[in-house]
Design a protein around this ligand. Structure first.
Ligand SMILES: C[S@@+](CC[C@H](N)C(=O)[O-])C[C@H]1O[C@@H](n2cnc3c(N)ncnc32)[C@H](O)[C@@H]1O
Length: 356
């Protein structure tokens, strides 16, 4: 790929805590700059291959150009160049005129495989790709590109709501093993996942630590998906759903409270309000866990800066925020000590302890 986002470890300048960062592409020449400007073409080649389900079609048997056209029902025009481009990008391997999946494509782009990431790519193709063309307008107006009222409409449409829940689950899944190890959970009696969606994380925590009481607080519309998910996990009746608006309603009390992918949806003022409400809700001796794709204090973290611009394109006031900001908010609210550590997938976990 022309744009390489190699991950590197860096440290927050103000708080000295590690964050996971990704490097900028090489733009030292005119050619490098042009390649970066045209990187959307390579991205579309990959997204189109996933949309056509090409990698699934090649999983059992490699194919010639003609066989691939027949398997996928394609016209044939452009196909030779398309396959050669995917091979040049390292996604396919070509031998004697037959194309096969490269090993990583076979692991991550074959639908139904445990490591499949195509759902997230297709979600991005459908929902985010068109919005990026409006970044200029967002920067000029401060307004997001996503339709206003779209989130509320989605909540009222069972099919769209199900798709949203699956997307959230996909983003959360790589983090679960580390979140399960984030604390000595046996020292705590209850966990409340605020904005906990259908209850995936709370469900996994309760399954792993049956002594924990599991609670989820989310908008009332999420109660249906919560009921379905807890049934799938065999936890019906063992976890509790609290429907409400976290800006208007009090939060239930718990030993451990979680904000996962929640604070980045809101303005700094609303983030401060939520952290103060969390301090009230956490029992003495308990912990608030915050995780998001937080920003390093230096401008060197390409993936998370991209994630932050996505928040500008899709939310009214959200942005990724720095570890320093959330640490200051937590300390001002009364949490001490406040520590942080990197998680998978460029995420950071901040642990805010409430004194006993
Ligand atoms: C981006 S999702 C995060 C889901 C999950 N915590 C995760 O880590 O993937 C944000 C969640 O906050 C919920 N939410 C948004 N506004 C809310 C509000 N005012 N009160 C309660 N929940 C809200 C949404 O319904 C959604 O489930």
């Amino acid at each position: 790929m022309a744009v390489r986002h190699g991950r590197a470890e860096t440290r927050s300048a103000t708080k000295g805590r590690p964050v996971s960062a990704s490097a900028a592409p090489d733009i030292g020449t005119a050619q490098g700059i042009l390649r970066l400007g045209n990187a959307y073409c390579e991205a579309q080649a990959l997204l189109t291959a996933v949309e056509l389900d090409l990698f699934t079609a090649l999983h059992d048997a490699p194919g010639t150009e003609r066989e691939i056209a027949a398997r996928l029902g394609l016209h044939g025009r452009g196909l030779r160049d398309f396959l050669a481009l995917l091979a040049a990008l390292g996604l396919l391997e070509e031998r004697d005129g037959r194309y096969a999946n490269a090993p990583a494509a076979d692991r991550h782009l074959v639908s139904g495989a445990p490591g499949y990431v195509g759902g997230s790519l297709l979600g991005g193709k459908a929902n985010l790709y068109p919005l990026w063309n409006g970044l200029t307008d967002t920067l000029r107006s401060g307004r997001p590109r996503a339709e206003s009222g779209g989130f509320e409409r989605m909540l009222g449409d069972p099919e769209e709501l199900r798709r949203y829940v699956r997307m959230m689950e996909g983003a959360l899944r790589p983090l679960v093993p580390e979140l399960l190890k984030a604390l000595d959970w046996s020292a705590y009696g209850s966990v409340l996942d605020v904005g906990g969606c259908a209850g995936d994380l709370a469900g996994w925590l309760v399954t792993e630590h049956p002594g924990l009481e599991g609670h989820v607080f989310d908008l009332p519309e999420m109660e249906g998906p919560f009921g379905e998910r807890t049934a799938e996990l065999g936890l019906t009746g063992t976890m509790r759903f609290h429907g409400g608006d976290f800006f208007r309603d009090p939060l239930p009390r718990a030993d451990v409270l979680i904000f996962g992918h929640v604070l980045h949806n809101w303005s700094p003022e609303r983030r401060a309000l939520l952290v103060r409400k969390a301090f009230e809700a956490v029992n003495p001796g308990g912990v608030l866990l915050v995780h998001d794709r937080m920003l390093a204090d230096g401008p060197d973290d390409v993936d998370n800066l991209v994630a932050s611009l996505i928040m500008a394109l899709v939310t009214d006031e959200g942005a990724e925020y720095s570890i320093g900001e959330v640490t200051d908010l937590a300390e001002t609210a009364g949490f001490t000590p406040v520590t942080s550590r990197p998680l998978e997938d460029n995420e950071t976990l901040v642990l805010c302890h409430k004194p006993a």
